[in-house]
Write a protein that binds this ligand. Structure first.
Ligand SMILES: *Cc1c(COP(=O)(O)O)cnc(C)c1O
Length: 370
């Protein structure tokens, strides 16, 4: 029997949507009317609910607040000109969430449950999915330990919540490149740590160095490896790619780097276009030398929030190194256009990446179904 057979739906009396200024969306400033919730108690996930978005009761002694037992995901839904609602590669997020759960001793959410939760929620709040190009509906699932206890051990109760938010593009200006500071002192993740998991703690570790970088005028930190501060890992919430004259290079996944869905999409698209792409160790000196010589033609970050974001400069050892053009290069542009085109149903989805949500199906029927 499906976990959804007893889905309870409590809808808002009045939608807040009309009060939202869709011309000035931020990233998580406003949330849709409803959220989805499931709890883990007595050894199983149960009590599926859709309820008005709002605060949840939580013990101050909830284990996740003290010891960081929390994982999350981030994906997007789009409405194309054809009015079709598509979610981009949710199967990848579902799979990654299972991996993150394992690393954090959290009972996993099955991929079918993960997807069904999102689908139920989006059917109910589909009016919130923006129609303006560049905007989308960001979907944020999170799981955290709720058990009231202070011993250091995995919690025995958890909550899975899915919230959704209409968002603008992550970086306001889609042409201007961002500048990065290669971090020589602090590390985001160490070998054997949890860098590959999408967990709160990795972000906690990144906040202070991020603030220091911002004070110096750098939008994001470029993380180097934790052992030697020599090999490039990734950027805040994006993986990173370097386009040299003859090949595209990105750091290989070896446990300290988050396996991005966008990263995988970029690699797949490049291979499909017979572009040489290498996943390997990338020495920061190779990057700086390439910038100096012009051998390195484009640098871009790849992540759900920003999609593809050009990098215009990197600070390293107190020196600022600039790319020759402070805007998106041809490959950066092409990848951005291809991925967003697939997301909007304007470019052929030859890899079957998008999943269509039938938003016209009645929610009550969905609740009874499965
Ligand atoms: C989520 C995330 C990314 C990007 O992954 P996508 O699946 O492409 O959104 C990259 N790095 C970190 C640290 C992340 O948390």
């Amino acid at each position: 029997m499906s976990v959804f057979s007893d889905l309870r739906i409590q809808t808002v009396k009045q939608s807040r949507r009309d009060q939202v200024d869709f011309d000035n969306l931020g990233f998580g400033d406003v949330f849709c009317d409803h959220m989805f919730s499931l709890v883990f108690e007595d050894g199983r996930w149960q009590r599926p609910e859709i309820l008005p978005f709002g605060p949840l009761p939580l013990h101050p002694s909830a284990l996740s607040l003290h010891y960081g037992q929390a994982v999350f995901e981030g994906l997007k839904a789009f409405r194309g000109k054809d009015e079709v609602v598509r979610i981009f590669r949710p199967d990848m997020n579902a799979k990654r969430l299972v991996g993150s759960c394992k690393r954090l001793c959290i009972p996993p959410i099955e991929p079918e449950v993960f997807y069904a939760a999102i689908e139920h929620l989006i059917r109910l709040d589909h009016a919130w999915i923006p129609r303006t190009r560049g905007q989308s509906l960001y979907i944020r699932p999170i799981i955290f330990g709720t058990e009231s206890h202070l011993e250091v051990r995995p919690a025995r109760t958890f909550r899975f919540v899915v919230m959704t938010a209409p968002v603008r593009k992550y970086f306001q200006d889609d042409v201007k490149a961002i500048e990065l500071k290669a971090e020589e002192k602090y590390t985001r993740a160490a070998p054997g740590g949890m860098g590959y998991a999408k967990t709160a703690g990795n972000y906690a570790a990144s906040l202070y160095p991020g603030e220091l970088g911002r004070k110096e005028g750098y939008a994001q930190v470029l993380w180097l490896d934790g052992a030697e501060h020599r090999y490039v890992e990734e950027v805040g919430a994006m993986n990173i790619f370097f386009k040299f004259k003859n090949t595209v290079v990105t750091p290989e996944l070896h446990g300290t780097i988050l396996p991005g869905v966008t990263r995988d999409s970029v690699i797949t698209l490049l291979k499909d276009q017979a572009m040489p792409v290498e996943e390997r160790l990338v020495d920061i000196d190779e990057v700086i030398d390439g910038m100096r010589s012009g051998e390195l033609e484009e640098i871009f970050g790849a992540g759900t929030a920003a999609v593809i974001c050009p990098v215009g400069a990197i600070a390293y050892k107190g020196q600022r190194h600039e790319m020759s053009k402070n805007s998106a290069g041809p490959l950066t542009r092409k990848l951005y256009d291809t991925i967003t085109g697939i997301q909007l149903g304007e470019v052929e989805d030859k890899f079957g990446w998008t999943r269509v949500v039938d938003v016209d199906a009645a929610v009550s029927a969905a609740a009874a179904g499965d």
